[in-house]
Design a protein around this ligand. Structure first.
Ligand SMILES: [Zn+2]
Length: 485
C-alpha cells in the first residue's frame, strides 16, 4: 500500500487538510478548480453528447467520412478551448492506405516547466447488433445518472475530460499556468492503432513530454477511483506436433502409435499444473496486489458456469494482473463433421500467453519453446513457431507524477485511489515507453465495471466523469506548481 500510504501521509500534515496545505504551497486554489469544473459540467456533457452522435469507426470496412468528421469536431472543441496550434495528422499504413486522423494540439511549456501529453482516442467500436441496444447507439441518452451511447465511456469522455480539465485550469490559474500541454487524440485505437508507431516516430518532437496521461482505462468501482499501474504483456505462437509422414488407416495402424491430436492434447496438458497455474519454468509471477475481486464478482464478470472450479492460486486479482496466464486460442485438426477413420499425422495449436509486469517477452517466448521441446510426448516432433509479442507495462508508483495522480484522484473522489492492474495489454503503451524511455506514463480512466465498453448499451457514470475531470485539473495544477524535479 506504498502510494496509498503516501497519500494518507499527506492527509496527516499538521495543517490537517492536505488540499489546503498543497493548494497554498502550490499557489493554486483546489476548491476553485473543483468549482470551475462543476460550473461548466453541463456544457461538457452537452459537448460529449454531440461527439457521441458522430459514428467515427476506423475499421477498414466502415465509411471513413464520419471518422474525419469526428476528428474535425474534436479539433473544433480544442480550438474553442483556447489552443491555436491544432492539427489533424495521419500516417499511412503499411499497405499505403491512410491511417486514422489524429488531432494534435500543443501549448509549449514556459521556461523550467514540464510538459504533459494528454492522450485519448476519438474513434469508437462498431455497435454490434443494434437490436441488443435499449437506446439508439449514437444518440447519447441520460438515465439513472449514466450517459448511454457508443463511445460515451470508451473513449470520448476521455477526450472531454482532458479538454474540460485544461479549460478549468486555464480559467483558475490564468498566467500562472506555465505547464506545457499537448493533446493527442488518436483516430484508430479500436482498429489496433496500425500507424501508431510510425506516427510517434514521425512526430517524435511534437509529442515529446515529461508525463503522459493515457485516459483509456477504468476506475475500480463507481465511486472508487483507480490508477492503472500495470498491464500484462503478451506472446503468442503456434505449437505443431508431427508423428507420421502421412495419414494412415486407424484400423490398420491404430494402437502402437498415438495420433497427432492426442499427442498435442497431451503436450497442451503439460502447460498447466494440477491446480491450473501455468507450469512453464522461468516465467515471472507475483502475488502482491493491494486490492482484490471476490470470486463471485469474477465468476459473474467472466460468466463462469456453476460448478466450474477456478484455476490457479493466490488472489483473483494477482491471477488476472501479476501472474502469467496461458490459453489455447486456436486448434488445427479436422472438424468433427469432416472426420475420417485415419490416424492424423500432424496437428497444430495457437497459444496466447499473458505476461506478468516486468517479464521480458523474448525470455518468455524462449521459455515456452524450451517447455514444449522438452515435453514432446512419445518423442513426437514438435515445431514451435513464435508469433507476436508485446511488452508488459508497470508504472513507477514511487515517481512524483504517480504520487500527484494518486493524490489528485483521492482528492477528487474523497476516497483513496486504488492501484489497479489490467490483465490485458494496451499495445501502444509499449511503443510510448520505447520511443520515450524517460517519460512517466499515467493510465487513468473514466470507465467503471458497468461501462460495457465494446458491448451493447455502453455507458458512462456522470458523477465519476465529473470527478475524473476534477482529478485531472488538480493533477495539472500540482504539476504546474511543483514540477517534477
Ligand atoms: Zn478505448
Amino acid at each position: 500500500m506504498g502510494d496509498t500510504g503516501s497519500v494518507l501521509a499527506m492527509t496527516s500534515t499538521p495543517a490537517g487538510n492536505p488540499q489546503t496545505a498543497t493548494a497554498r504551497a502550490g499557489n493554486f486554489d483546489a476548491e476553485a478548480l473543483r468549482q470551475a469544473v462543476t460550473e461548466s459540467f453541463d456544457a461538457t456533457v452537452g459537448q460529449l453528447k454531440e461527439l457521441v452522435a458522430i459514428p467515427g469507426i476506423a475499421w477498414p470496412s466502415f465509411d471513413p467520412a464520419p471518422l474525419s468528421a469526428s476528428a474535425d469536431a474534436v479539433a473544433g472543441l480544442v480550438r474553442a478551448g483556447g489552443f491555436d496550434d491544432v492539427r489533424i495528422l495521419r500516417c499511412d499504413k503499411e499497405d499505403g492506405t491512410p491511417g486514422g486522423p489524429a488531432v494534435v494540439a500543443r501549448r509549449p511549456a514556459a521556461e523550467g516547466k514540464p510538459t504533459i501529453l494528454l492522450y485519448a482516442h476519438h474513434d469508437v467500436q462498431p455497435t454490434g447488433d443494434p437490436a441488443l441496444w435499449e437506446t439508439e447507439p449514437f444518440t447519447a441518452v441520460e438515465r439513472d445518472g449514466r450517459l448511454f451511447g457508443r463511445g460515451t465511456a470508451d473513449d470520448k469522455a476521455g477526450i472531454l475530460a482532458h479538454i474540460a480539465a485544461y479549460s478549468a485550469v486555464t480559467r483558475v490559474l490564468g498566467d500562472d499556468l506555465g505547464l506545457g500541454v499537448t493533446f493527442f487524440f488518436e483516430g484508430e485505437e479500436e482498429a489496433g492503432s496500425p500507424t501508431f508507431r510510425s506516427f510517434l516516430e514521425t512526430h517524435r518532437e511534437l509529442l515529446r513530454a515529461d508525463v503522459i496521461v493515457v485516459a483509456d482505462s477504468s476506475n475500480w468501482k463507481v465511486g472508487v477511483p483507480a490508477l492503472t499501474t500495470s498491464l500484462r504483456g503478451l506472446v503468442d505462437g503456434t505449437i505443431e506436433v508431427q508423428v507420421l509422414d502421412h495419414a494412415v488407416h486407424s484400423g490398420m495402424f491404430g494402437g502402437p502409435v498415438l495420433d497427432a491430436p492426442t499427442l498435442l492434447a497431451r503436450l497442451i496438458a503439460t502447460l498447466h499444473d494440477a491446480d491450473g497455474s501455468v507450469a512453464i519454468a522461468g516465467l515471472l509471477s507475483r502475488d502482491d496486489v493491494s486490492v482484490d475481486l471476490t470470486e463471485a464478482e469474477y465468476r459473474a464478470d467472466a460468466s463462469v458456469l456453476d460448478g466450474v472450479r477456478l484455476a490457479g492460486t493466490g488472489t483473483i486479482a494477482s491471477r488476472l494482473w501479476t501472474k502469467p496466464a496461458l490459453s489455447i486460442i486456436g486448434f488445427d485438426a479436422p472438424a468433427v463433421d469432416a472426420a475420417a477413420n485415419t490416424l492424423l499425422p500432424r496437428a497444430r495449436a495457437k497459444f496466447s500467453l499473458r505476461l506478468a509486469p516486468g517479464q521480458d517477452p523474448a525470455a518468455a517466448m524462449d521459455a515456452v519453446r524450451k517447455h514444449v521441446e522438452a515435453n514432446a510426448p512419445f518423442g513426437a516432433r514438435v515445431v514451435f513457431t513464435p508469433g507476436e509479442s508485446g511488452n508488459p507495462f508497470r508504472t513507477d508508483t514511487a515517481s512524483k507524477a504517480a504520487g500527484f495522480a494518486l493524490w489528485a484522484l483521492g482528492e477528487a473522489w474523497g476516497v483513496p485511489a486504488v492501484e489497479m492492474g489490467i490483465g490485458g495489454s494496451i499495445p501502444f503503451i509499449a511503443d510510448l515507453t520505447e520511443v520515450y524511455p524517460e517519460v512517466q506514463i499515467l493510465v487513468t480512466g473514466v470507465e467503471d465495471p458497468d461501462s460495457r465498453a465494446h458491448s451493447a448499451n455502453e455507458s458512462l457514470h456522470l458523477g465519476d466523469f465529473r470527478n475524473a475531470i476534477i482529478a485531472e485539473a488538480l493533477l495539472l495544477a500540482r504539476l504546474n506548481a511543483e514540477g517534477l524535479a
